[in-house]
Design a protein around this ligand. Sequence first.
Ligand SMILES: C[S@@+](CC[C@H](N)C(=O)[O-])C[C@H]1O[C@@H](n2cnc3c(N)ncnc32)[C@H](O)[C@@H]1O
Length: 253
Amino acid sequence: MLGDERVSDAYAKNAEFWITIVRDKLDPYQTLLTDPALLDFIGDCEGLSVLDAGCGEGYLTRELIRRGADHVAGVDTCREFVDAAIGHPEHQPGRASFHHADVADLPLAEDSVDLVVVNRLPNGIDQPETRFREFARVLKRSGRLILLGMHPCFYAARAERTAAGSDDFSIDDYFGVRTVEQRFNVEGKVSPAASVQQFYSLEAYIQMITSAGFVIADLREPHPTVEQRRQNPWWDQNFRRPLFLMLECIPNN
Ligand SMILES: C[S@@+](CC[C@H](N)C(=O)[O-])C[C@H]1O[C@@H](n2cnc3c(N)ncnc32)[C@H](O)[C@@H]1O
C-alpha cells in the first residue's frame, strides 16, 4: 500500500463515498467556500504545467484544464481514485495524466511544473516534511506552491465538538501531534470508515515548509461572507471557527 497506511486504508474504504460527494457537489464547505477561494487564489493558470497533489477523483485537474492549464498531473495514493479520474468522461489524456503514487516520491522531473496545488491533502504522518522537499524539487524556481487544508489552530473533529460540547483541544495536543479520527457526515451520508488526520502546530507546519526551501508569500482563511451567513443560518451553526487555511509559497531563490 502506498503512503501512510492508516490514511490510505481509510481512503480506499471511503473512495466510493468521496466520489459521490465530489461529483454530486454535496459538500457546501467545498462547493461554496474552499473551491471558489482556491480558484481565486490560483488565479490565471493559462499555459501552466500543474501538479494536483492528492488529486482524488480529479475534479480540480479537470477544472484547471478548462481554465487553460497546458498540462495537469494528478497524483494520488488511492488506486480507486486514480481509476475514477482516468475513467471520467471529461478526462483529456493529452492534457492530464493521473499517477498512482505518493506525493513524497513524485514521478515527475526536477524543475518541471509551474504550480503545485495541494487541495485538501491530509498532512503526512510518516516523515511529513518529505513531501515539501518533493514539491520544491519538481517546482520551477519561478513557480508557486498553493496549499489548502484544515486550519491547524482551530480544527477539531466534529465528534470531538459534539462530545465535549466545545471546540477545545489541549495546548499539549496543539504543540504535540494531534491525531483526529472521524467518520464524515456530509448531508446525512456517513463515510464507511473513519479517516485519520494528523495535525501539527502552525509553527511546526511552517517550519516544514520553510526548511524545504519555500517562503510564505500569502495566507488566506476561507470563510463565509456576511451575505452567505445572512442568506443561510447553516453557516453560523457549522462555521464557528476558522476551519481552513490556505498558503501561497514560493521558492526561496
Ligand atoms: C480529502 S481527499 C482530497 C482529494 C482532492 N484533492 C479533492 O479535493 O477532492 C485527500 C486525497 O489525498 C490522497 N492522499 C493521501 N495521502 C497521500 C499521499 N501521501 N500521496 C498522494 N495522495 C495522497 C487520498 O487518497 C485522497 O484522494
